[in-house]
Design a protein around this ligand. Structure first.
Ligand code: C5J
Length: 220
């Protein structure tokens, strides 16, 4: 076991049963002209975590621990996108509309891709998910069972939406979760702060939280 200094208590994990899940580091959320910006968000906040996420992925790759990437997106005919999701809000572009990076949130379009800085390498699992949670309507649960994974480390965007939803899904499925707090970000700093705090509250009701340097030091 490796033990990391974390909140609300040290997080102990068996490295051979631990995977990193990098949530939705896609052009649509992180780059200008994508879905995130169409909702009126400042994407520069999200871009600030790219070096830390890259270091975290690098640590897992160096150790030979699994790295799993997710992408939020939909089939070209939007058959897996609830009409309510298309209608919601008042974006300048809706899901399926053509934007500067192709059709918004549609699989295979340039904007749906993971950003160049964090591209998956051969052998890494990439989960295409229609929802906020990465377990919903995907193979993730089966993939983790096949790999014998019991512990999950989380990074990505956005903290209070897809990261938190997936952590809660994982928690209900019995995984021991750790969020790397400087490898996740929100368009709203106060939502990130609240989410990080509520994950670790009540004795780690959803999981533990720690900065990347603590995991790096523990894994050295
Ligand atoms: C959102 C996500 N925010 N990846 N998706 O719609 O958090």
């Amino acid at each position: 076991m490796i033990t990391v200094d974390a909140k609300p208590f040290p997080y102990a994990f068996p490295p051979e049963k631990t995977a990193l899940i990098v949530i939705d580091m896609q052009r649509d959320f992180v780059e200008p002209g994508g879905f995130g910006e169409s909702l009126g968000n400042d994407v520069s906040l999200l871009r600030a975590i790219i070096p830390t996420v890259a270091s975290l992925i690098g640590l897992f790759r160096t150790k030979g621990w699994p790295v799993i990437h997710t992408r939020e997106g939909h089939e070209a005919d939007l058959s897996d996108c609830p009409p309510s999701k298309i209608r919601r809000g008042a974006p300048s572009m809706r899901i399926g509309d053509v934007g500067p990076m192709g059709r918004i949130m549609v699989r295979g379009e340039p904007g749906n891709a993971i950003i160049p800085e964090l591209q998956p390498v051969d052998g890494e699992i990439v989960i295409d998910k229609p929802g906020k949670g990465a377990f919903y309507a995907t193979s993730l649960g089966d993939d983790l069972a096949r790999l014998g994974i019991t512990h999950l480390v989380f990074a990505g965007v956005t903290t209070e939406v897809c990261v938190q939803t997936t952590m809660r899904e994982a928690n209900d499925r019995g995984f021991d979760c750790l969020l790397i707090e400087d490898a996740t970000e929100s368009y709203f700093p106060h939502y990130k702060a609240a989410t990080v705090s509520m994950i670790a509250a009540q004795g780690g009701i959803v999981g533990c939280v720690t900065p990347f340097t603590s995991l790096e030091a523990a894994a050295a």
